[in-house]
Design a protein around this ligand. Sequence first.
Ligand code: TTP
Ligand code: CA
Length: 390
Amino acid sequence: MDKIQNRASRFQNSLNGRPRGIPFLSRVIGHVDLDYFYAQVEEVENPSLRGRPIIVCVFSGRTEDSGVVSTANYKAREFGVHSGMPIVQAKKKLEGHDPEVIRMNHEKYEAVSNRIMEELGELVDVLEPTGIDEAFFDITNSTGGDYSRARGLAESIKTAITKSENLTCSIGIGRSKVVAKLGSDTSKPGGLTVISPEATESFLAPLDASKLYGVGPKTTLILEEMGIRTVGELAKSSPPELERRFGRKFGGYLLAAATGTDADSVVAGLEPTQFSRIVTLRRDTSDPKEVTEQLSAGIKYIHGKLASSGKSFKTVTAIGILTDMSTKTKSKTFETAVSDLTMTGETVSALFDELSRTAGKEFRRAGVRVSSLEDVEDQTSLSEFLRPAR
Ligand code: TTP
Ligand code: CA
């Protein structure tokens, strides 16, 4: 309970952390949650498993089958299997249904998660990963607070994750973290729920109060004693009564959550390890000049990302996706980290020169990636580095 209340008070305290100048109600916050994550990663690795019940398990090693189910795919869930269930019990429920029992491989899931978080970080304004398979994000600036643009951006996030990792996810968009999280919960698996500020009250009202973030069984019980079952009922309940029952902070949080006015902001939580941009060329070409020209906006974008995160890079990579969809890359690594826009453009151009000579086919898409990032204060800019010593 203490833990939950701490979180709740963090939600409340962050009222002060909201960036100035952004009116609270026009925020656009998202929550992305990968579907049946560990089990889906296994399905992607071994597509012949699709359609069969899968349980990813943590074996304790005491007896052959002792341990618990870490997660189950939706096929297995149809038979009543869920996370945390003893393996023995899950196997019983799946008897005769040809289940696949897989040992959990955390490193594998973490590697996929890291790649996805990096990719997401480039698509949104601020990304706050909150677990191996979920993150909050803020897209207020890039959408200008427009919820139809937010829907488009959320759709492109889903497409990007499907393209790069072949994984599905659920996304919720709303004006607060609580609303966004409820949005992704209600769209599982594979869905997208966009809750505009105007639709927030009617979206929240019928939901069970127990669905609210931070509301566990104990709180639910007390709410029931107060005659409160739905979020709508909680929103209309008496603030002094809530305060009396739950204390000032948690009571205040409950009311804010129920009205979708929780003010916690999305806090960047991941150190980026690379930035990249890939574009589809206006036409297939093997002319490196044409490619570099069409990448100039992408290079500027990467420089913006570097500047806003206070990073510079050591390695720059030219990425060419050819007409047969194969990918060819060429990299250059500098001895000292750099952050010079002109130099990046020139290097990318030289790399595409080389790439086009060896590619053997025309480019359909092209991209740039900078990696081996370092904090800017740790190094000299390339221009400085190249300047002859006096
Ligand atoms: P969840 O997001 O709770 O669950 P999920 O991704 O398996 O399914 P969905 O989101 O579609 O409902 O958890 C993310 C991962 O965390 C999950 O794949 C496995 C792991 N996990 C455990 O190891 N034990 C648990 O009790 C839970 C709930 C999750
Ligand atoms: Ca999930």
